[in-house]
Design a binder for this molecule. Structure first.
Ligand code: FES
Length: 258
């Protein structure tokens, strides 16, 4: 197939320069075999416009920094080949995250705050002993934890999420995935009630309206839909247990208040 002439229409905006208002700018690029959006953007920056801002680090779908809206859909620039797209390619920065400039957004601050909110670490009362053997878990458990550790924090799931567009405190699929990762980890000593406190709110598992765009757009094909169902079941059982516990405690409580 003959290489095409591609027209890139790229969102440009520098929030720190009052004279540089939001606008779309066009660049014409000759397509080369196996060209990716990353290589096209690099060519534009190196040969046409050094002021164009976009992010990348790994160029191999590992660091998560090159996510952007490609013809309206969240995708990784380094993993998207131009021959999968029409000759007119429209690029916008990911919505929801703070815009740094052009196609560059600050996902890092949001992910750091989310990790803090969900207390994204193994909670244990055991003292750390660097000479001790590694804690053991079954192969199945280790594989399940590993599967949920594959998130590269690109933000595609949050950018695609209807709830996140309506409420900026929503944990998003990536935050819920993080909770599921620690809930299944046998080393984490948090109780169901502890996890419920973190995720059992409208900013957590009850905020999801179930459109599942997160699942459609995750570039790592993480099992976001399954994890959402898993969390919903667990919070339901946690709340049922808590309700039963309250019922059982009622006579004592009545006794105590007499
Ligand atoms: S540059 Fe790292 S994921 Fe694209």
């Amino acid at each position: 197939m003959a290489n095409r002439t591609l027209t890139f229409s790229v969102f440009r905006f520098n929030p720190y320069d009052p004279d540089f208002g939001p606008r779309m700018q066009e660049y014409i690029v000759e397509e080369t075999p196996r060209m990716t959006l990353f290589t096209a953007l690099t060519l534009i920056r190196e040969e046409m416009d050094p002021s164009l801002q976009f992010d990348f680090v790994c160029r191999s779908a590992v660091c998560g920094s090159c996510a952007m809206l490609v013809n309206g859909h969240p995708r990784l620039a380094c993993r998207t080949r131009t021959d999968e797209l029409p000759a007119k390619i429209v690029l916008h920065p990911l919505p929801f995250f703070r815009l740094i400039g052009d196609l560059s957004v600050d996902t890092g601050s949001w992910f750091a705050e989310m990790a803090h909110r969900v207390e994204s670490w193994v909670h244990t009362t055991e003292t750390f002993d660097p000479d001790a053997e590694e804690a053991r878990m079954s192969n199945d458990q280790a594989l399940s934890v590993y599967e949920l550790e594959r998130c590269i924090e690109c933000g595609c799931c949050v950018a695609a999420c209807a709830t996140a567009q309506m409420r900026d405190d929503f944990l998003g699929a990536t935050g819920l995935l993080r909770i599921a990762r620690f809930w299944i980890d046998p080393r984490d000593q948090r109780t169901d009630a502890d996890f419920y406190d973190v995720v059992g709110t409208d900013a957590g598992v009850f905020g999801c309206v179930g459109l599942l765009a997160c699942h459609d757009y995750c570039p790592k094909n993480l099992p976001l839909m399954e994890q959402l169902a898993y969390l919903r079941r667990r919070v339901m059982f946690a709340s049922l247990r808590s309700a039963v516990g309250k019922k059982e405690r009622q006579p004592e409580e009545q006794e105590a208040t007499r």
